[in-house]
Ligand binder design. Structure first.
Ligand SMILES: NC(=O)c1ccc[n+]([C@@H]2O[C@H](COP(=O)([O-])OP(=O)(O)OC[C@H]3O[C@@H](n4cnc5c(N)ncnc54)[C@H](OP(=O)(O)O)[C@@H]3O)[C@@H](O)[C@H]2O)c1
Length: 148
């Protein structure tokens, strides 16, 4: 049985889970588009790797970036959302700007990017969207700070 080679956008490919995923997919023979802000942090010279600079906090330009992406890679048929960051502490310790950025990068940007990609991806016979989440989204933990 032969495995179909996919063209996969890996968001967060410059570090951590996204980087490990991008490397694994390349080793498996897939085409990988690595998306993050600082693409130079994952310098791979590989015939099946291309990087794509994207900032999930810049919501207004996401649709335009998706058009560029779809034009350059019409064969795109999977996206792995592994970009994001965690911030830990009590809510009252965060500034409003920190809260907004956290929600934009980890949630709103991901939802908007998915929204922009869906019409084209749905035209494929098969497309996959994979989201890397956190157990912290399912289970809260007690704050170590006293509220007084
Ligand atoms: N590692 C864990 O054990 C673990 C556990 C649970 C959940 N998670 C979650 O899984 C995700 C990935 O974790 P990780 O450990 O792989 O983190 P990481 O090593 O810090 O990598 C985060 C990736 O997200 C990208 N990124 C950050 N802000 C971005 C933005 N505004 N726009 C586009 N890309 C952005 C970074 O690239 P640039 O800086 O180049 O943009 C980087 O490639 C995070 O959301 C994290 O909270 C991780």
């Amino acid at each position: 049985m032969t495995t179909k080679m996919r063209t996969i956008l890996v968001l967060g490919s410059s570090s951590g889970i996204g980087r490990a995923t991008a490397e694994l997919l390349l080793n498996q023979g897939h085409y990988v588009i690595g998306g993050s802000r600082y693409t130079e942090q994952f310098k791979v010279i590989h015939p099946r790797f291309k990087s794509f600079a994207i900032d999930l906090s810049h919501l207004s330009v996401l649709p335009q970036q998706v058009r560029l992406l779809e034009h350059a890679y019409p064969e795109l048929d999977a996206v792995i959302f592994a970009a994001g960051y965690g911030q830990f502490g009590s809510l009252e310790e965060f500034s409003y700007a920190q809260i907004i950025n956290l929600m934009t990068v980890n949630f709103t940007g991901v939802a908007c990017l998915t929204r922009a990609l869906l019409p084209r991806l749905k035209r494929n016979k098969r497309s996959d969207l994979i989201y890397i989440g956190s157990e912290a989204a399912l289970k809260g933990s007690e704050s170590s700070h006293d509220v007084s």
